[in-house]
Design a protein around this ligand. Structure first.
Ligand SMILES: [Zn+2]
Length: 404
């Protein structure tokens, strides 16, 4: 399966990337034969910015492009598009072991100057495989301003074989100086049918479940896959969709708010249990602590341990926030369905699996009320973005969701 097959509903972007990878391949071949051409004049360039709504497949597109740049399939000499999916270059890039492809994904809220300097240093290396040194920065929107300036210098004066692939939700999420030096690609939210199709084809999910998951997440591939494969995610969504029926009185509102936060806290705890202990143990070993719990750290290494603990704490905050945001997105989607019914719209409901609940709320209230409720969910997400205390923000939302 060619690396491009993972890009769902993005024909235009795919065509552009295939063209670029052909030119990139021509450049590498010409250079190997001693007749290098100018790369900037072609469809290939050193810095790319992939934007698109969450779930549209920004990082999938960037990785597919990275793989195609490393593709060494003999077919590409016969007119086939680079990115065959089978050769060593494609395969190692896809599984994350290619020596010349660095994929940076962060579970933190921001990427700082120090990490970015390390990356820039890495980017200056000549590609070991003789093709391209590719750096995929999946969360370019999380660069601090300082980090952005470090990156800017690297993009302004790129090493001849270095390619930066930056991903961010929108253009506004990246420093204007950086985006003006990148070639821009905009992905769209893929159609629900295309998402369901890829879940069946690639993940072997049963068609009905695939269709339902794709519809419930409205074209967000990653969330659809998680919903289709993870029992816990389905239980979480089911609980969130019951919330509109439970906010009849103040007590119910406060209880619902607390439960939303508890669920987010549980998610963070689960992630912490999975990774934190292992990371801490690895660092202890690296720092030369004696094995076992009684092992003391050598002098002067406490700083590194403290740094790891801070990192873990920031990750926990981020996980909680992401989990809560997903719940709010589900809630908003429920009220959108309510509004659709109230306005007599014929679009398919995203939450058709809880149609009875949607109908009950729709018939008992007015569209104006539903609009106000949707606004209160939006306001809650914005408040959380501004670091308002989560319980406060969520309580004020559940109170606003109350009937009346
Ligand atoms: Zn290949």
């Amino acid at each position: 399966m060619a690396v491009w097959d993972d890009l769902v509903g993005q024909d235009q972007v795919t065509a552009q990337l295939v063209d670029a990878s052909r030119d990139a391949d021509r450049f590498v071949t010409a250079a190997a034969e001693g007749s290098a051409e100018e790369i900037t004049a072609s469809k290939m360039t050193h810095a790319w910015l992939f934007t698109g709504p969450p779930g549209s497949g920004r990082s999938t597109a960037a990785r597919a492009f990275a793989a195609s740049l490393q593709c060494v399939s003999p077919d590409r000499k016969l007119g086939g598009a680079p990115g065959c999916g089978f050769c060593d270059g494609c395969h190692t890039t896809t599984v994350g072991t290619h020596a010349d492809v660095e994929i940076v994904r962060t579970d933190l809220l921001s990427i700082g100057v120090k990490e970015t300097r390390d990356l820039v240093r890495r980017a200056q290396l000549s590609p070991a495989g003789g093709r391209w040194q590719v750096i995929v920065l999946e969360d370019a929107d999380r660069l601090t301003e300082g980090a952005g300036n470090v990156l800017l210098k690297a993009i302004e004066e790129p090493a001849p074989r270095t390619v930066w692939l930056l991903c961010a939700p929108s253009l506004e999420d990246v420093l204007p100086t950086i985006r003006s030096r990148c070639r821009l690609l905009t992905l769209r939210t893929p159609p629900v049918d295309a998402v369901a199709d890829v879940l069946v084809r690639r993940d072997g999910i049963e068609p009905e479940l695939a269709a339902q998951s794709a519809r419930a997440t409205q074209g967000h591939i990653g969330r659809a896959r998680r919903l289709a494969t993870d029992e816990r995610a389905r239980a979480r969504r089911a609980a969130v969709l019951k919330l509109p029926m439970r906010v009849d009185d103040v007590g119910g509102c406060l209880k619902a708010a607390q439960e939303l936060l508890d669920a987010a806290g549980e998610d963070a705890k689960q992630v912490a249990e999975e990774v934190d202990a292992k990371e801490t143990e690895e660092l202890r070993a690296a720092l030369g602590a004696a094995a076992g719990t009684g092992g003391r750290l050598p002098r002067g290494t406490a700083g590194a341990m403290k740094e790891l603990q801070d990192r873990q704490k920031r990750r926990s905050t981020r996980t909680q926030r992401d989990s809560l945001d997903l719940a709010l997105i589900d809630l908003m989607s429920f009220y959108r369905d309510v509004l659709a019914l109230q306005l007599g719209s014929r679009v398919a409901l995203a939450n058709a699996d809880v149609r009875a609940a949607v109908e009950r709320i729709a018939s008992g209230t007015k569209p104006e009320q539903t609009l106000r409720r949707i606004e209160s969910v939006i306001a809650c997400r914005q408040a959380l973005d501004r670091n308002v205390a989560p319980l406060l923000a969520v309580e004020s939302m559940t109170m606003a969701l109350r009937a009346g």
